[in-house]
Write a protein that binds this ligand. Structure first.
Ligand SMILES: [Zn+2]
Ligand SMILES: [Zn+2]
Length: 275
């Protein structure tokens, strides 16, 4: 049975922190992480366990009073957390080649736990808030959601530079592309992970330091633009800051790409030059 190679697990861990910081390819990275965890779960080496965390309610920012993004703080009770300011979140924690990962219970967590436990029937006991696992040999086991220790969801991430992100994405996507056949059950989200390879853009950040149109060093703003697979911005001086977007230079800045970013783009031959 296949397992997730250690260098792939290490790359996904770094990309996972990049995704948390809203780095490019966020959805794709979570899809690759899910497939990698499923593979080790099925091989019996993922050490999957259900964990629960009491976290600050994001809807009211912990105040217990409803917060509107348009109108600000209100005096209404927050319904998400019943005005307690806290929400109880469930995850499945895995250890993949020594890296500790957390998967939201309902989305990725449940199928990972199912694979790790040898496909029992898993039922949620809403009264006790435990899981009751019924195994094929008739054995029944109650599993509480354990403490996640010092881990908290939404910990700050670390966004990678385009070249480093491309290097790690090339590695992980190369591996994802080799998977298939009997190695991976049909029910697993491998097709979705493959789709994700094609559907995000590499974020190059700001390309250049002087005004893109006249070379002036006094920068007033940046014009952000994109092609099919790249996103970038150009620095612009005050004289060019009012240029209509129809006149912006939207030619992908291919000269700004490093070798890993070039290899990343070469795997996407449909790159369209026009925005
Ligand atoms: Zn709340
Ligand atoms: Zn200028």
């Amino acid at each position: 049975m296949i397992t997730t190679p250690a260098d792939i697990a290490a790359a996904i861990s770094i990309l996972n922190a990049h995704a948390r910081a809203y780095g490019c390819g966020k959805e794709a990275i979570y899809a690759y992480k899910k497939v990698a965890a499923l593979i080790d779960a099925r091989a019996g080496i993922a050490q999957a366990r259900p964990v629960g965390v009491l976290a600050e309610c994001r809807n009211c920012r912990g105040t217990g009073l409803f917060f509107s993004w348009y109108e600000g703080q209100s005096n209404e009770r927050c319904r998400t957390c019943s005005a307690t300011g806290k929400v109880y979140l469930r995850f499945v924690e895995t250890t993949i080649s020594g890296h500790r990962w957390h998967h939201p219970y309902i989305d990725a967590g449940l199928p990972i736990l199912y694979a790790a436990l040898g496909s029992p029937e898993i039922n949620f006991d809403a009264g006790a808030r435990d899981l009751i696992n019924k195994y094929k040999d008739g054995r029944c086991e109650r599993r509480p959601f354990e403490s996640a220790g010092d881990w908290q969801p939404n910990a700050p991430g670390e966004k990678l530079e385009a070249e480093r992100a491309a290097e790690l994405l090339n590695l992980v996507e190369g591996w994802i592309s080799t998977l298939g056949g009997a190695d991976v059950p049909q029910t697993w989200p491998l097709d979705y992970a493959r789709q994700c390879i094609k559907t995000y853009a590499l974020e190059l950040g700001c390309v250049g330091e002087a005004c893109h149109y006249c070379g002036a060093g006094d920068i007033k703003t940046r014009f952000g633009t994109w092609s099919k697979h790249l996103r970038w911005s150009h620095p612009v001086c005050k004289d060019h800051a009012d240029m209509p977007s129809t006149q912006w230079d939207k030619t992908p800045p291919l000269d700004a790409l490093g070798p890993h970013a070039r290899a990343w783009l070469a795997r996407r031959p449909s790159e369209a030059i026009a925005a």
